[in-house]
Write a protein that binds this ligand. Structure first.
Ligand SMILES: Cc1ncc(COP(=O)(O)O)c(C=O)c1O
Length: 442
């Protein structure tokens, strides 16, 4: 009898997930949200505790995805659960401030030096939308610049050149603006200048060339996905300042590395910053904040300013309470623990792949990591576009078989604080076995 393939084994072990997916897909246009899907069908979970997940078929996994990096404290952390319960007892949504939104705002301003004021919204998409609008209004200039391969959520201003086909992408040092989704406004592409990662000279030339019309550069440093030179990140800040262009730093994923965020790690002072993912402690909350002279344009308590930001569920009490509980639990010791595990994972996987003769890049920023199977350099979007994604997918499925749930594609995976060195070493060994199997099937 021919040996069972990795995918056949996945299907044999997860009939309950298939059944749920097939029953629901015609009502939710597929997987309920795009990012839940992986082929042949996504897993369906019933519970999570600590760093473990359980699926509908009763299988358990160590969770290295952590809900798109959100669950930095793992699942059902006692302080987060206590914050939910306390808030539920007072009421869920009361139609006015309840105090906790001011507490978490003060905590964010205390932690991040450049944030003098902050506004909470429901998603990273909303955070980048409002930050860009504010930058346009404040500067009076119409266009923005973003990096090729940078992701900032799903709205017209930023869903440009996120994953452009290389044949449409233009020259590497002057990339074209390529729309990223059907149905976008026809003018959207003309309003966005595309910059290449890791090329200071090109960034300087393009920002200088468009300085009169550029409101801002929005910069997602792709923490834990693309290696980023500190000098490059600092150059982006210096170039924008030199040419009078605002810098919006997108830390939605990166706000995991330490108390002051990714900007403290790189030593930069953006004008505005976007936050998301973990800041709601597992509930929907994101934020944008920064310079008081910009953010105060949103202060409608002093009369009309011509600017406005609000939202039915913005600064939702439960999300603010769980977010604050999460931030308070993220002490310097917890960051040291997580970042130490990240270092251990990087060196462990690198050694594992050297021993196996596998060409791979392990990118780790704090406690976020990606595994890219690729020969040669990895510095920008075009390098990322040449990674072996079929191999990564087979490795992902084979890791599921061994009880490890990573982000599909093996990019933007994340550690959580309940993990120990034992979990890291277990993943390194499992990765070795998964790659061996996946290569055999290639
Ligand atoms: C860097 C970055 N910015 C913005 C977003 C959008 O956030 P959301 O999915 O909450 O809209 C994401 C989502 O993954 C992200 O990774």
């Amino acid at each position: 009898m021919p040996e069972e393939t990795i995918e056949e084994r996945y299907c044999r072990q997860t009939p309950g997930s298939r059944e749920r997916f097939e029953a629901g897909r015609n009502f939710t246009a597929g997987p309920a949200k795009g990012a839940y899907f992986f082929s042949p069908y996504p897993l369906s979970f019933v519970s999570g505790e600590g760093c473990q997940l359980q699926d509908v078929d009763g299988r358990t996994y160590v969770d290295y995805a952590n809900h798109h990096t959100v669950q930095i404290l793992g699942h059902q952390h006692p302080s987060v659960m206590a914050a939910v319960e306390k808030q539920l007892q007072s009421g869920i949504a009361l139609g006015g401030t309840v105090g906790v939104e001011f507490d978490i705002a003060a905590e964010m301003c205390r932690r991040v030096d450049t944030v003098e004021r902050i506004r909470f919204v429901n998603s990273g998409t909303e955070a980048t939308l409002h930050a860009i609008r504010l930058a346009r209004g404040f500067s009076g200039k119409p266009k923005i610049a973003k990096f090729e391969g940078g992701y900032h959520g799903s709205h017209d201003a930023v869903e440009i050149s996120v994953r452009p086909p290389l044949e449409e992408a233009g020259p590497p040092d002057a990339p074209r603006s390529v729309p990223g989704a059907g149905g976008m406004s026809a003018g959207a592409v003309d309003e966005v200048i595309i910059l290449p990662y890791d090329d200071e000279a090109a960034v300087e030339r393009l920002v200088e060339q468009h300085r009169e019309e550029l409101a801002c550069v929005i910069f997602d440093p792709k923490a834990g996905i693309l290696p980023q030179r500190k000098e490059f990140v600092q150059a982006v800040r210096n170039i924008t300042r030199k040419f009078g262009v605002l810098l919006i730093f997108d830390e939605i994923v990166g706000f995991r590395i330490g108390m002051g965020g990714l900007q403290a790690h790189y030593g930069i002072d953006p004008d505005l910053t976007c936050f998301g993912k973990l800041i709601g402690g597992g509930f929907p909350a994101s934020a944008f904040g920064g310079r008081a002279d910009m953010m105060d344009l949103l202060d409608n308590s002093q009369g009309p300013t011509g600017f406005f930001q609000s939202g039915t569920f913005s600064a939702h009490p439960v999300a603010m309470a769980t977010g604050l509980a999460t931030l308070k639990a993220l002490t310097p010791e917890v960051y040291d623990h997580l970042n130490g595990l990240g270092d251990r994972l990087k060196s462990g996987l690198e050694q594992q792949f050297v021993d196996q003769g596998v060409e791979a890049h392990i990118v780790v920023t704090g406690s976020i990591f990606s595994v890219h199977f690729k020969e040669g350099p990895l510095a920008n979007y075009r390098d990322l576009a040449h990674t072996d994604q079929d191999l990564a997918h087979r490795v992902f499925l084979s890791l599921l078989d061994q009880g490890y749930f990573l982000s599909s594609g093996l990019t933007m995976c994340a550690l959580s604080s309940p993990m120990t060195e034992r979990h890291i070493d277990g993943l390194v060994e499992a990765m070795g076995r998964a790659v061996e199997k996946a290569q055999k099937e290639g």
